[in-house]
Design a protein around this ligand. Structure first.
Ligand code: AMP
Length: 410
């Protein structure tokens, strides 16, 4: 079914066309009619499924083509600054043939620009809870005209401790609003928040919660703890990367990996919650433009970031929760591109790896990097892959090319 059949407004259809989308994704097909119909919604969908457009397009259709220029009519809450910026950009893109004004409100930057934007009048506020609360308390923003409230990535928002402020924000919105929840998972805490903030919600689930993108090749690289970093370096050297996202469990760990990679002349960006907003913007922009070929990130910071052309994800640390593996891997292999996902695993990670495999319902092949001097190698498979190290996976795991240097891409 094409977008045309979904009853979206003409200006939004033009926006969709300009964005280059031809057919709606499953979450869009199922959520758009519910949102257009005015009903409340709980949608389980992770990033990468097209969920932003699933709410942005019908919301824009309902707002019409003209700005009202006073209090916002739509509020979208996002857990991180990066997501707030990204979702606001998506609204702006889809709304390019209207004069609707979206504004992003998030912390870590000065108040001046946001205040002046708010003064000009807004239609859609895309905000992180903390900074929004600042404006609500001082009376710069009023939520009394909100007709649609979207809580995006609700599970992550609650994980980050935003529940009290989110509840406060919900209670400041008019009762007769429409409320939409988007969450990768819907654990009981979310059901509890949903029960006081949604009315007869329609549940839409796209069956990807546990599934990893089919176009991604996975591999585990077992190594001893002391050789973890050396193996990362060897992987970067022996693999034909375009751009690679390296995941660390901790902020401190991310900084350390970045420092060590820089010391051997890799161009590296770092993304985690302790970095200033300007540093984060610079890191993302630099990674997008190809200035940095490696980005080291923590789970929360990387949640939802959408950078075209991430060819590889390397899990330097095994993720803490199995669902984080799916989120991490969702960063590569987007929009039909093929991506590779490597996980560096030490013997103490065996239990975590089993949990991940159970969660995604597939066994991840174990590989040994040819040419790397292992001090110890303890594969769990009975026959190590040494005889055919990389031929066992289809697709693009290539270890012959070497790292494509930054200068060669300019
Ligand atoms: P999201 O899940 O909203 O983060 O979207 C993931 C990616 O899919 C983004 O790069 C979107 O631009 C892209 N996308 C969303 N909907 C479509 C569509 N119908 N056709 C093609 N690409 C899409």
């Amino acid at each position: 079914m094409p977008f045309k059949a979904l009853n979206l407004s003409d200006s939004v259809l033009r926006g969709v066309q300009a964005a280059g989308y031809t057919d709606p994704t499953p979450i869009q097909l199922r959520a758009i009619p519910v949102v257009l119909g005015g009903g409340d919604l709980i949608a389980s969908a992770q990033t990468g499924t097209g969920k932003t457009a699933a709410f942005a397009l019908p919301i824009l259709s309902k707002l019409g083509a003209h700005a009202r220029g006073q209090n916002a009519r739509v509020l979208v809450l996002e857990p991180t600054r990066e997501l707030a910026a990204q979702v606001e950009t998506a609204f702006r893109d889809f709304a390019r043939f209207t004069d609707i004004r979206p504004v992003a409100i998030f912390g870590g930057v000065g108040y001046g620009f946001q205040r002046s934007e708010l003064k000009r009048g807004v239609d859609i506020i895309v905000a992180t809870p903390g900074r929004l609360m600042d404006y609500l308390k001082e009376g710069t923003i009023s939520l009394r005209d909100i007709s649609v409230l979207v809580l995006d990535e609700v599970d992550r928002m609650l994980d980050m401790g935003f529940l009290p402020v989110v509840k406060d924000i919900i209670s400041r919105c008019p009762k007769n609003r429409q409320t939409l929840f988007f969450s990768a998972t819907v654990p009981p805490e979310i059901a509890a928040v949903a029960s006081f903030s949604l009315r007869n919600p329609t549940r839409v689930e796209v069956g990807v919660n546990r599934s990893v993108n089919k176009s991604v090749n996975h591999a585990i690289y077992p190594v001893s703890l002391e050789q973890k970093f050396d193996l990362l370096l060897a992987l970067l050297e022996k693999t034909d990367f375009d751009s690679v996202l390296v995941f660390s469990r901790t902020k401190h760990g991310a900084d350390k990996i970045a420092r060590r990679l820089k010391a051997v002349n890799h161009s590296v960006a770092v993304l985690h919650a302790n970095r200033s907003q300007n540093q984060r913007i610079e890191a993302l922009a630099g990674f997008k433009s190809g200035k940095y070929e490696v980005m080291v990130a923590t789970d929360i910071a990387a949640r939802g970031i959408d950078v075209a052309g991430i060819s590889h994800v390397i899990n330097y640390d095994v993720p803490e929760k199995p669902e984080d593996y799916v989120h991490r891997i969702g960063r590569t292999g987007r929009a039909q591109a093929v991506g590779d996902a490597f996980m560096i695993v030490t013997p103490e990670n065996a239990g975590d790896v089993r949990d991940i495999e159970r969660f995604i319902g597939q066994k991840i092949p174990e590989l040994r990097l040819e040419g790397f001097e292992y001090k110890a190698f303890a594969p769990r498979a009975p026959e190590p892959m040494a005889s055919k190290p990389h031929g066992s996976l289809p697709g693009t795991i290539r270890h012959q090319g070497g790292f494509r240097r930054f200068k060669s891409r300019r």
